[in-house]
Design a protein around this ligand. Structure first.
Ligand code: KIV
Ligand code: NA
Length: 270
């Protein structure tokens, strides 16, 4: 099989409609990528790895080195899904040229097909600069976690008409600048629906709307593996419980010397 391409994702939306919703999940490691790959159109190496696997307080401290290391692992663990990698805070905002250099590094070191960057109007020239030079860009509007210090938290956006119009304008401008799809995060249902109706490219919602052209969740959230469970997360499993149970069983058997048994140990040939 051939890996899912950027044009094939873009082409899912025809005349403003998407027949087959786009399925996206995050992945940070080779093994997770292997397990998710067949089920997903796109795998996102999100900078949410800062909180989810590094225990950082936000995505702000995430580095290009982290994104490259995890991006490469996810590309190695997948063969079908299109892999997109988040550009971390500080790697793309200053200028289109710097964004291009850092996006190049991500693509060369990971083998991913696309990068994602957060922002609206202010990032449109950068989105255009990259997309016109062989770097497919996934836009990200609404609640943009790298702007947590400006926004003052992670609450849903677009509740006031003023904020809603700004987010809608951001989405339109980023799509027009050449983003091939758009993550719409943490915005009220009505605004996500309006964005989806007004932009030509697929919208991928998270805490957004069932009307989006696709959906994304953080895999650890969806698996019940991370403490934080915002409203928009649906838990499809409770792996935290299952991992805890397995660890408790192992610990009990080590302490009671029930593990290992003859099945798990080597004997010299006699
Ligand atoms: O970092 C991330 O995981 C993301 C998705 C939630 C869209 O940006
Ligand atoms: Na992100």
């Amino acid at each position: 099989g051939k890996r899912t391409t950027v044009p094939s994702i873009r082409a899912r939306k025809v005349n403003g409609r998407t027949e087959q919703p786009i399925v996206m999940l995050t992945a940070y490691t080779m093994r997770t990528a292997q397990l998710l790959d067949a089920h997903c159109d796109m795998l996102l190496v999100g900078d949410s790895l800062g909180q989810v696997i590094y225990g950082l307080p936000s995505t702000i401290p995430v580095t290009l080195e982290m994104m490259c290391a995890h991006g490469a692992a996810v590309v190695r663990g997948s063969w079908h899904a299109l892999v997109g990698v988040d550009m971390p805070f500080g790697s793309y905002e200053a200028s289109p040229e710097e964004a291009f250099a850092n996006a190049c590094r991500i693509m060369k070191e990971t083998g991913c097909a696309a990068v994602k960057l957060e922002g609206g109007r202010a990032m449109a020239p950068t989105v255009r600069f990259l997309s016109e030079r062989g770097i497919p860009v996934i836009g990200h509007v609404g609640l943009t976690p790298q702007a947590v210090n400006t926004l003052g938290g992670y609450g849903a956006r677009g509740r006031s008409e003023e904020e809603a119009s700004k987010i809608l304008a951001d989405a339109v401008v980023v799509a027009e600048a050449g983003a091939f799809c758009l993550v719409v995060e943490g915005v009220v249902d009505e605004i996500a629906t309006r964005i989806t109706g007004e932009v030509g490219v697929p919208t991928i919602g998270i805490g957004a709307s069932a009307d989006c052209d696709g959906q994304v969740l953080v895999t650890e959230d969806m698996l019940g593996l991370f403490e934080r469970t915002p409203r928009f997360v649906k838990r499809y499993d409770d792996l935290a419980q299952r991992i805890g149970n397995a660890a408790a069983a192992y610990a009990g058997e080590v302490r009671s010397r029930a593990f290992p048994t003859a099945d798990q140990i080597y004997k010299a040939r006699s």
